[in-house]
Design a binder for this molecule. Structure first.
Ligand code: FE2
Length: 401
């Protein structure tokens, strides 16, 4: 019979860095920086919107395409102030504008490629001496864009369970065949609330993992109603505990606000520290420090990893992997990428993160699992990716030196 684990998750016997240490957050940016960023983003969005509306107007034979741009253009640009405003305000109007503009941006993404497709097919037809009825061409391509958006909205809320076997050298016997759930990128906030978390916890209950690891982005960045958002965690427990480190969104404001709210639910926050969980070393490093190679190395040395037993690192972003590998980590559990959420951003994310964009990969002796996450940021869509809870099943690795 396994020992209960509440005692092994006690306060660590070594120093930790203060939870208040963190990187730049939105509130740190000057008005000028925010204005430059906002106006650049607005210009891009308005240009895309103009192309879509002009194409729509031209191919459907609707006059006055400039007038067509007013509402969709305003909706596209509204995403920028709404994104900043919701960090400061929980007013329902802000949430509604943010939600509508986020969905519109998702549709605009697919509509942009539909518009480009219209002009390309039309141009090819002219060169080849044939033509399709413009209305039919636009109806098909814009129809696909609308269907992709609708599918993306539904698909994003359909949470799958990815079952993964991870083989670790020198795995303690008590952990062989045991499971842990990796849950990342919940993005709890105005769009995904406590009800969303309750649904995730119901899934976790049915999976009965021995432990749960939350590798960051528990929150979306807003500091409103944090206790209410994470309250469902207090109604759930596992045999070996629930562990959390911050993601970049959990550092958009003073991160102690987010950390303290999580702590109050009974979830164990790993403040740049190591605990021993029945012979398994669990190291949690918050996003600011994990994103800085020298700070990450310093923390990993400070916690004194025992290379004769497996060490699992919770770190939000799949970065600085060579540091983790050199310092003796066996398995890093990350999220952050969302796998790009929807086409074509999934391709861009793959370009940036390579084989570490999603799933299980290896760098030398280090294995890395990057989760797509369970929630979404920005447009609440997933096309070409899936929302996932990862159920890791541990076995001993015998073959590798
Ligand atoms: Fe995230």
């Amino acid at each position: 019979m396994d020992e209960p684990v509440a005692s092994v998750a006690a306060e660590p016997p070594f120093p930790t860095r203060p939870p208040g240490r963190q990187a730049a957050k939105p509130a740190d940016f000057t008005l000028r920086e925010m204005a430059v960023f906002g106006s650049t983003a607005a210009l891009i969005l308005l240009s895309v919107n103009a192309l879509v509306c002009a194409t729509w107007s031209s191919f459907f034979g609707l006059p006055g395409w400039i007038a067509w741009q007013a509402l969709p253009g305003a909706l596209a640009v509204a995403f920028i102030p709404a994104t900043f405003l919701r960090f400061r305000s929980a007013h329902p109007a802000v949430t509604v504008v943010y939600a509508l503009s986020a969905v519109w941006l998702g549709l605009l993404n697919f509509a942009f490629f539909a518009a480009v497709g219209c002009w390309i097919v039309e141009g090819m037809g002219r060169l080849a001496g044939w033509s399709l009825p413009p209305f039919a061409l636009a109806a098909v391509l814009f129809g696909v864009a609308v269907l992709a958006t609708g599918y993306g909205l539904i698909n994003a809320r359909w949470i799958r369970v990815s079952r993964v076997e991870v083989r670790l050298p020198h795995l303690p016997e008590v952990w062989r065949g045991r499971t842990a759930a990796l849950v990342t990128d919940l993005h709890l906030g105005p769009l995904l609330g406590a009800g969303f978390l309750r649904g995730i916890i119901a899934r976790l209950r049915s999976l009965q993992p021995d432990a749960v690891f939350v590798s960051g982005d528990m929150f979306d960045g807003s500091t409103h109603g944090l206790d209410q958002l994470v309250a469902p965690w207090s109604e759930f427990s596992t045999r070996r505990g629930i562990y959390y480190v911050t993601g970049n969104h959990d550092e958009f404001a003073e991160r102690s606000l987010f950390i303290d709210a999580v702590k109050r639910t009974g979830v164990r926050v790993l403040n740049n520290e190591k605990i021993s969980l029945d012979g398994l070393q669990i190291i949690g490093v918050h996003d600011s420090e994990a994103g800085n190679p020298s700070e990450l190395r310093s923390i990993l040395r400070q916690v004194q990893i025992d290379r004769r037993s497996p060490g699992i690192l919770l770190a939000h972003r799949p970065v600085n992997l060579s540091v983790a590998e050199e310092e003796g980590i066996s398995l890093q559990l990350s999220g952050h990428t969302h796998r790009g959420q929807f086409w074509p951003w999934n391709l861009l994310v793959s370009l940036i993160y390579g084989r570490f964009a999603s799933g299980l990969s290896r760098l030398g002796k280090l294995q890395v699992y990057t989760s797509n996450g369970v929630g979404t940021w920005g447009p609440p869509l997933r096309v070409g990716t899936k929302s996932e809870i990862v159920l890791l099943r541990f076995e001993e690795e015998l073959d590798r030196p």
